[in-house]
Design a protein around this ligand. Structure first.
Ligand code: SAH
Length: 215
């Protein structure tokens, strides 16, 4: 690694800590997963900045500190089976693979799923399975899940996803209109129903129903 790259990676970890990511397991997972592998082309040299960046199919790889805060809120344990809706570049799923027992990730863009799968294979992340699917219906064949993370904004937490959450399970999801301010919320399923907690304002690309037609 060149000194410059090492320096940028140190700055990257420093930015995460200064934005409130304090969970050591999350920080360790984020240190292991090289964001540079998930950003290609024009923006590759900005991979270690704390900013969202464009990926194919008009989507974005989320801002690292937001990935960190969502992952921290998800409170993943090594026994957990996790569903991610919105594979995108695969970056969030790769981080989850270091924290969970099993990770399922789905995206409506086939091209993104194909490219992410290749990276998971190259990194030997054997506990991650990626599918092309409309994640607003969850993944009924693999349900229920201990944890669900949605990385695209829905108007409300989708009903099928709530239904696929185990008792005691946690879901983190950005909610709100796509162009307005959205809020990252944490949903916990208890004996008597669902508890909702607002974490912080965020901005995500929208959750869109149906498979994409452009690939
Ligand atoms: N977690 C990603 C970033 C996701 S960007 C990463 O780490 O890079 C949001 C993603 O959600 C996009 O790739 C978009 O295609 C996907 N998406 C939007 N609506 C969806 C749906 N209904 N089902 C599955 N994926 C969806």
């Amino acid at each position: 690694m060149t000194d410059d790259l090492a320096e940028r990676k140190m700055q990257f970890m420093f930015a995460l800590r200064s934005k409130g990511i304090t969970d050591m397991a999350v920080l360790t997972a984020m240190e292991k997963v090289d964001r540079g592998l998930f950003v290609k082309g024009l923006f590759a040299d900005r991979a270690y900045e704390d900013t969202p960046l464009p990926i194919p199919c008009g989507q974005t790889i989320s801002q690292p500190s937001v990935v960190g805060l969502m992952t921290q809120a998800l409170n993943v344990s090594p026994r957990d089976k996790v569903l991610e809706v919105g594979t995108g570049s695969g970056y969030q799923a790769a981080i989850l693979s270091h924290l969970a027992r099993r990770v399922y990730t789905v995206d409506r863009h086939r091209r993104l799923v194909t490219e992410a799968k290749q990276i998971f294979q190259d990194l030997d992340l054997a506990n991650v399975t990626a599918f092309s699917a409309d994640g607003s219906f969850g993944l009924p064949d693999q349900a229920p899940f201990d944890r669900i993370i949605v990385t695209a904004a829905a108007e409300d937490p989708p009903g099928p996803l709530l239904a696929q959450l185990k008792l005691g399970g946690i879901m983190v999801v950005p909610v709100g209109q796509s162009d307005a301010v959205q809020s990252m919320i944490k949903v916990v399923r208890g004996e008597d129903g669902f508890d909702y907690e607002e974490i912080r304002p965020v901005r995500f690309v929208p959750l869109v129903e149906g498979m994409a037609r452009d690939n």
